[in-house]
Design a protein around this ligand. Structure first.
Ligand SMILES: NC(=O)C1=CN([C@@H]2O[C@H](COP(=O)(O)OP(=O)(O)OC[C@H]3O[C@@H](n4cnc5c(N)ncnc54)[C@H](O)[C@@H]3O)[C@@H](O)[C@H]2O)[C@@H](O)CC1
Ligand SMILES: Nc1ncnc2c1ncn2[C@@H]1O[C@H](COP(=O)(O)OP(=O)(O)OP(=O)(O)O)[C@@H](O)[C@H]1O
Ligand SMILES: [Mg+2]
Length: 349
């Protein structure tokens, strides 16, 4: 699924990813997310943020393209009477040029902003653009689950608290951590946790969920995986942003794989994997193209594993002083050690 580095490619073909987030309160989250996308290897990394955040994010890095086009109560005349779809126009106008969106890092909870982003989600879905929803973006789903229900090109990345809120909104019973802890074996504990994730994914019509925690549980409602690559021991804020950015690039690469941007040397596959068994066969066999359900799980697993490896490496160097920005520096070495350059890549001239 990872495109090789070839001389024939032009700018943008390795991925155009946009992060929607960044407001007066939070400027770090969209930066960490967009930088993870860029450092993993996408060609163009955009941030669509509130105007008060834009200059700040730009000063963190000249590599990002930062657009102050996300409205808020502070930037509209009358926050009580807005036309959300009209206000979403400038962002919607850019969607057709993007391969993937990351919605939520540092978005904040301003009413106008959330209404506008809900319009962007509707349009992205209409255009079949894959997206990741995190942080305050998940609040939009908690308030209106129909926005994503049944959309197979989307990944939600809730932490423990966000997972609880989503489960409550959808009427799903989540066993408390204490209940899971009380299970005798590790296997039993994991199966209890993946059951809740699987149920939530089913209730949302098969969206993919990465439930973050001591290990990440990934489920599309039919197939569940556990990502248990060793992580670090420091729980600083902002590590979830490396996850969303990495997922953005993985989704862009996945789109390139399905669009046959390069000859992967695999045989065409007319069977569209749906069941757990089908997905397993595709994951274990080589030489045949994978189906979208399989590649989405793989993208989720890769993003999760890379983030945990970044955290482990950064913790090894920095110990308890680890900050989110330390993970950013580990994205490429983590990619190389977990995945590596695909065959056929010309990484040296
Ligand atoms: N540097 C930055 O700009 C950062 C911005 N962030 C943004 O901050 C906003 C709010 O995000 P929050 O994550 O604080 O969301 P919430 O405001 O919903 O707070 C969640 C709370 O749950 C707690 N919590 C987390 N995991 C827990 C667990 N396993 N058990 C018990 N409690 C747990 C956290 O300490 C936090 O206080 C989002 O927009 C987010 O993107 C964060 O991503 C952190 C970094
Ligand atoms: N106990 C843990 N052990 C190892 N890794 C963990 C642990 N808890 C979380 N992680 C990892 O840390 C990353 C961020 O997860 P976390 O639960 O902190 O998300 P978050 O609260 O949304 O973070 P953020 O502060 O960025 O919003 C994920 O990759 C997750 O796998
Ligand atoms: Mg978070």
């Amino acid at each position: 699924m990872v495109p090789p580095m070839l001389e024939k490619f032009h700018k943008g073909q390795h991925g155009r990813v946009a992060v929607i987030g960044g407001c007066a309160d939070y400027t770090g989250a969209p930066y960490f997310s967009a930088m993870a996308s860029a450092k993993l290897g996408c060609d163009m990394s955009h941030v669509f943020c509130e105007r008060s955040a834009a200059q700040v994010v730009k000063t963190y890095s000249p590599n990002l393209m930062v657009h102050p086009i996300l409205p808020s109560s502070d930037s509209v005349k009358d926050p009580k009477s807005i036309n959300a779809s009209e206000l979403a126009g400038p962002i919607i106008g850019m969607l057709s040029r993007l391969h993937a969106l990351v919605i939520g890092p540092g978005l904040g909870r301003d009413g106008v902003t959330l209404q506008v982003v809900a319009e962007v989600i509707k349009e992205a879905r209409k255009q079949s653009i894959p997206f990741v929803l995190d942080a305050d973006g998940l609040l939009i789903v908690t308030q209106d689950p129909e926005l994503v229900k049944g959309y197979k090109e989307c990944i939600l990345t809730p932490n423990v608290v966000e997972f609880g809120r989503l489960a409550k909104a959808l009427g799903i019973q989540v066993s408390s951590q204490a209940q899971a802890e009380s299970k005798t074996s590790e296997d039993e504990k994991i199966s209890k946790e993946s059951a809740a994730c699987e149920q939530l994914s089913k209730a949302l019509g098969g969206v993919t969920i990465i439930q973050k925690g001591p290990h990440d549980v990934i489920s599309n409602g039919v197939t569940s995986l556990i990502s248990n690559v060793q992580g670090g021991l420091k729980r600083s804020g902002g590590q979830g942003d490396t996850l969303t950015g990495s997922l953005g690039t993985m989704l862009a690469w996945r789109a390139a794989y399905h669009d046959k941007l390069w000859d992967s040397g695999e045989k065409d596959n007319s069977h569209d994997a749906q069941s757990k068994e089908d997905v397993q066969v595709e994951l274990e066999s080589e030489g045949k193209r994978m189906s979208p359900a399989t590649t989405l799980l793989l993208a989720a697993w890769a993003g999760s594993s890379i983030t945990r490896e970044c955290s482990r490496r950064a913790f090894e160097k920095k110990g308890r002083s680890l900050q989110a920005s330390d993970l950013t520096e580990e994205v490429h070495p983590s990619f190389l050690s977990l995945i590596g350059e695909p065959e056929g890549s010309s990484t040296h001239l």
